[in-house]
Design a binder for this molecule. Structure first.
Ligand SMILES: CC(C)(COP(=O)(O)OP(=O)(O)OC[C@H]1O[C@@H](n2cnc3c(N)ncnc32)[C@H](O)[C@@H]1OP(=O)(O)O)[C@@H](O)C(=O)NCCC(=O)NCCS
Length: 185
């Protein structure tokens, strides 16, 4: 029987799956700002960007034992108790509400055990699926930032959303989450 999807910390063994996800959707490189052309590049990216630290927590979306997406908390600011949320899924697992359930789980963790108060995210205004993910995970829209992102030669307006610890908990079933535990670096 297939295992239920969950969120867990990334491990070095996930490098081939990370490479496969990016090979399946070349547009994902715009989100990362770099290319992952082989497993070696994926391994280096994983070690540099997806390992936990005081400023960053990244959760692999695990489906049947394979890492097929990421829910990231970056720019963690203990002073203001805030962080930036990002997310992507491999094309093979899209259309199953996994991103919204994953973002909701990571937000619950960050606003609880993680000790944060305000979580922010932004999506290109021409990315309605991402906007829907934000809404479903309890992130309310806050406004448009004009021409904020540059993907290749094109610039994109971005709608920002935020979820506060004091906001209502969204009516969604969060993915189970394996706590990453305390960070030491
Ligand atoms: C954005 C992304 C994470 C969403 O993945 P997902 O969880 O599989 O999302 P779903 O396909 O389940 O769609 C989420 C919601 O958006 C809706 N949606 C999808 N495409 C849509 C479209 N073109 N217009 C309007 N709504 C749309 C779906 O109907 C769904 O709503 P529902 O749950 O109320 O039915 C995924 O498409 C992805 O990884 N894209 C590339 C990376 C990216 O854009 N990341 C976000 C950057 S801000």
């Amino acid at each position: 029987m297939p295992a239920s999807p969950l969120l867990r910390p990334w491990t070095a063994a996930d490098a081939p799956a990370l490479h496969a996800a990016f090979a399946a959707d070349p547009l994902l490189e715009h989100q990362l700002g770099c290319r992952l052309d082989d497993v070696g590049q994926a391994a280096a990216y994983l070690e540099a960007n997806l390992a936990g630290s005081l400023q960053r927590r990244s959760f692999a979306v695990d489906v049947d034992g394979a890492a097929v997406g990421n829910i990231g908390l970056t720019a963690i600011d203990p002073r203001h108790q805030s962080a930036w949320v990002s997310y992507w899924l491999a094309p093979s697992v899209r259309g199953r509400s996994l991103a919204a359930r994953g973002v909701a789980a990571a937000a619950d963790w960050a606003l609880g055990e993680g000790g944060l108060f305000r979580l922010e995210l932004g999506h290109r205004t021409n990315n309605p699926a991402s906007c829907r993910v934000a809404w479903k995970a309890g992130f309310q829209p806050e406004g448009i930032e004009r021409a904020k992102l540059r993907y290749g030669q094109a610039r994109f307006d971005v709608e920002t959303h935020a979820r506060l610890a004091s906001d209502p908990v969204p009516d969604i079933y969060p993915l189970p989450l394996q706590s990453p535990g305390p960070s030491t670096s």
